[in-house]
Design a protein around this ligand. Structure first.
Ligand code: BGC
Length: 434
C-alpha cells in the first residue's frame, strides 16, 4: 500500500513551505482550486490510517517523508516536531507488524531551495543527500527498506518542462538539467543512506510501454523520443551508467564532470521500483495543442500522444490495459538483462468514484494477474504496492480524482470501499508482500 506526504498529511502549519504550497496558491494551477493544506489530515490521524493498513493485511506501507517538514529551509535547522512525527509513524507501523518503506522525495521540494534555483541547481542534489542523512539518523534503526526518489520523470517533465505541476516551470528541453540533478541527488542519497547502515535501497520510476501510432518513420521517431524521455532518461544512467544516446548531447554539454557524476548515479541498487499506470500511443507532432491525460501539451513538442481506444478507461480517462504491465516488465528485462536488479512495483492503481468500486477491483485483479504472467516468464518481481490507501490531493486535479481504497469525505471520515474489502479477502486467502 502506498501514499505520499503532500497528498495526505495536511498540517502545513507544522512544516516549512514547499513548491507545491506556492504552486497551489496561484489561481488556475489546480482544477478545482483546492490545496493540500488539510488534505487527509494524516499527521493528526495517522494512528487510524495505520490501523486501516494493518487491518487490510498488507506486509508493507510505502509513505513519503516531507523534506520541508524535516528541514523547513531545506538545509540546516531541523524541525524536531517534524522528525518526531515520522518517528511515531514508524513506531506505529512496526507495532502493527507492517514494514515501513519511506520515500525521501515525492515532489515537495522546500520552497527555500526553489528560491536558490531548486533542482536546476546542482547544490540541491547535495542538500538532498544531507537531508537523507538526517532522516536516516532518526528512523534508520527501524526502517529496513528505503526509496530515494519518486518519479523523477514526472517531476522533470510536468513540473519543469510543461509547468503543469509545481514548481510550474515551462522550460521544455531546457528542463533537462533537472533530470541530471535529481539523478545525482539520488546517487548522493544512496551513499548517505549506506553510510548510515541502510542495506535495502531502491528508487521508484514511472514506466509504461510506448506504442508508435503507426509504422511510418515519423511516428516511430516520435515514439522513440517519447520512450527515451519517459522510460530511459532515468533508468539508463541508473542501471547502465550512461544516458540514452538520443539525449546525451542536449543533456550533458554543461556537466563539468560527467563521468564522475554517472559513477555516483549508477551506484548499485538492491532493487528497482516501477510505477505503472498505462501505456501511451505516440505519433509525429501535429499542429496545435494536444489534450492528453488531462494535460494540454504545447504544439512545440516533437511528439504527440494519441488516444488508445478499445479498452475501458478510468475516471481520469486512462486506458486500462493490464497486458501492458506484462509487456513493460518483459521489456525491462530484455533491455537491461543482468544489469536489472529485482523489481518491485512501487505504484499501480486507478481513479474511480464511489464506494462500490467494482471497476477498481477489476483493475487491480487484472494487473496482479498480468504481473503473475511476467513472473511466470522469469521476471524477478519481489513486491507490489497499490496506489493508494486514501482518496487524497491528486496534484493538479485537486480532490477530483479518487485513487483510494478508502474513501475520505469532506469531514475527513474514512470509509473502506468495496476494493478494500476485496483486497483484504485476497490477502487472507493468499498472503503476499503487497
Ligand atoms: C504519483 C502519485 C499520483 C499517481 C496518480 C503517480 O504519478 O507518484 O503521486 O497520485 O501517479 O496520478
Amino acid at each position: 500500500m502506498s501514499t505520499s506526504a503532500h497528498q495526505i498529511e495536511g498540517a502545513v502549519d507544522q512544516r516549512g513551505p514547499s513548491v507545491w504550497d506556492a504552486f497551489t496558491a496561484l489561481p488556475g494551477n489546480v482544477k478545482d482550486g483546492t490545496t493540500a493544506a488539510v488534505a487527509c489530515d494524516h499527521v493528526r490521524r495517522y494512528r487510524e490510517d495505520v490501523a486501516l493498513v494493518r487491518d487490510l493485511g498488507v506486509g508493507a506501507y510505502r509513505f513519503s517523508v516531507s523534506w520541508p517538514r524535516v528541514l523547513p529551509d531545506g538545509a540546516g535547522r531541523v524541525n524536531a516536531r517534524g522528525l518526531d512525527f515520522y518517528d511515531r509513524l514508524v513506531d506505529e507501523l512496526c507495532a502493527a507488524g507492517v514494514r515501513p518503506v519511506p520515500t525521501l522525495f515525492h515532489w515537495d521540494t522546500p520552497l527555500a531551495l526553489e528560491k536558490d534555483g531548486g533542482w536546476l541547481a546542482r547544490a540541491t542534489a547535495e542538500r538532498f543527500a544531507a537531508y537523507a542523512a538526517v532522516v536516516a539518523a532518526r528512523i534508520g534503526d527501524r526502517v529496513p527498506t528505503w526509496i530515494t526518489l519518486n518519479e523523477p520523470a514526472e517531476h522533470t517533465l510536468l513540473g519543469h518542462a510543461l509547468g503543469q505541476h509545481a514548481p510550474g516551470k515551462r522550460l521544455l528541453f531546457d528542463a533537462l538539467p533537472v533530470a541530471h540533478h535529481l539523478l545525482l541527488g539520488h546517487g548522493l542519497a544512496v551513499a548517505a543512506l549506506r553510510a548510515a547502515g541502510a542495506r535495502d535501497i531502491g528508487v521508484a520510476n514511472s514506466h509504461g510501454p510506448t506504442w508508435p501510432a503507426s509504422d511510418a518513420p515519423q511516428d516511430r521517431e516520435a515514439a522513440d523520443l517519447y520512450d527515451v524521455l519517459l522510460n530511459r532518461l532515468f533508468s539508463d544512467p541508473l542501471l547502465t551508467g550512461r544516458y540514452p544516446e538520443l539525449i546525451t548531447e542536449l543533456l550533458c554539454a554543461d556537466v563539468p564532470d560527467l563521468a564522475g557524476d554517472l559513477a555516483v548515479i549508477a551506484a548499485p541498487l538492491d532493487w528497482y521500483g516501477v510505477n505503472f499506470y498505462q501505456p501511451t500511443k505516440v505519433g509525429a507532432p501535429r499542429p496545435g495543442a494536444t489534450e492528453f491525460s488531462g494535460l494540454t501539451l504545447p504544439p512545440e513538442l516533437p511528439f504527440s500522444p494519441r488516444p488508445i481506444t478499445g479498452y475501458p478507461v478510468t475516471d481520469f480517462g486512462w486506458p486500462v490495459v493490464p497486458d501492458a504491465l506484462t509487456e513493460l516488465l518483459l521489456t525491462l528485462r530484455e533491455r537491461y538483462g543482468d544489469a536489472l536488479p529485482p523489481l518491485i512495483i512501487t505504484e499501480n492503481g486507478c481513479s474511480y468514484d464511489g464506494l462500490d468500486d467494482q471497476a477498481r477491483i477489476a483493475y487491480l485483479d487484472g494487473h496482479v494477474r498480468a504481473l503473475h504472467r511476467a513472473l511466470e516468464s522469469g521476471v524477478d518481481v519481489r513486491g507490489y504496492f497499490v496506489w493508494s490507501l486514501l482518496d487524497n490531493f491528486e496534484w493538479a486535479e485537486g480532490y477530483g480524482q479518487r485513487f483510494g481504497l478508502v474513501h475520505v469525505d469532506a469531514t475527513l471520515k474514512r470509509t473502506p470501499k468495496a476494493s478494500y474489502h476485496w483486497l483484504r479477502t485476497q490477502l487472507t486467502s493468499s498472503p503476499s508482500g503487497v
